[in-house]
Design a protein around this ligand. Sequence first.
Ligand code: HEM
Length: 416
Amino acid sequence: MSQVDYEIGKARPDQLPPGVPVITFDPYSDEVMSNPYPYYQELREAGPIVWMQKYGTYAVGSYGSVIRVLTDHESFCSSAGVGLTNFHTETPWRKPSIILEVDPPEHSRTRKVFSRILSPRSLNKLRERFEQEAHAMVSRLVSREVCDGVRDLAEAYPLKVFADAVGLPPDGREHLLPYGDMVFNAFGPQNDRFRECLARLGPSIAWITEVCQRENLSKGSFGAELYAAADAGEITHEEAGMLVRTMLSAGLDTTIFTLGNALVCFARHPHQWAIVRDNPAIARQAIEEVLRYDSTFHSYYRTATRPVTLDGVQLDKNQKILVLIASANRDSSHWSSADTFDVRRKPAANLAFGTGIHGCAGQMIARLEAEIVLKALASQVERLEALGEPELHFNNTVRGYSSLPLRLVAKDRKGK
Ligand code: HEM
């Protein structure tokens, strides 16, 4: 691995507690991001906690260490930001999220409202509409035979059904993608990727701010329900608007990239697709495996609230720790054949939605969307054939593709 310069480092390796392994690769470089898994293995083999030389942070990548950090929110907080920027000492690019980037008791108040609105009961009401849309979309693509799996399905589906559920107007939704890209890039370093993304944002922030206003949200939508919670005094009206924004930033890119990753996995592993196609009842389990194998929201940070010992290493207050959930999901000391994509694997506690008090508040709707799309594909598609290499989308925090030329072979056309 190449040597790199110090950027943000708080300590030099010679000032570190003895015995802490030093990692010199840059987890945000194109080279690592193209295939991070060998690097994650190197990191796990180096030790349960390592020092990331380029960014002056610790990092954890083994299943056990990741759980230890995420389930101890009193020692490892989110209020200093879940990115590399420390909100206690630096200014964030936008106002922090009032659910993701706060600690209890503030967190409990907003999380309660958010979770109630996305409860299984409200999701049940959406199921039929979500299914109809998935079937119609997949039928159109199957009749075309050739499509871009990412643009025409993985992006198009959540941009339709999820944005409708939040209550957005139909026009202008293309602004959601550059905004989401920015939010997730901002959890990493202020590198060229971050700066170029910020420069591309253009009118997207203004559009998002506008659609989060009450008068622009449709009746009966999640957005409208957030404002109703404000009327009931559970949150303020300003907070309602901020939580609509959180739904849009947290709920789209994540689902889009997960659907795209699923298409890439099944195009590359036709036998695995045959298992789902012949037994669509395992669609949900298959999505868990996609999320374990290629975790979408692959890494984020916590910050030490006090001097604390983690896996034998003494950390100072305010120290950032990179939490690599994508690495934990490939840890061979926890998973058998960790690098094998196998939809028959029992979905035993993969960490793709995080864990602890900040575990994903939208995981049920994300699973619902993905399960419905897989089942719609299973009912109509014999094979998914990649017509070229998928194009990786480089983002500091979410992993996924921007394009996948795909041929969807219809079930009744097999053998053609
Ligand atoms: C497959 C899609 C998704 C993935 C992989 C994913 C992943 C994650 C992860 C790993 C976290 C934990 C962050 C942390 O601990 O700091 C998280 C938190 C969160 N997610 Fe998701 N997410 C997905 C979809 C969604 C959707 C659809 C929504 C909204 C409807 C959503 C809303 C949230 C919120 C609000 C939080 C913060 C929860 C809290 O801090 O209490 N996510 N997500």
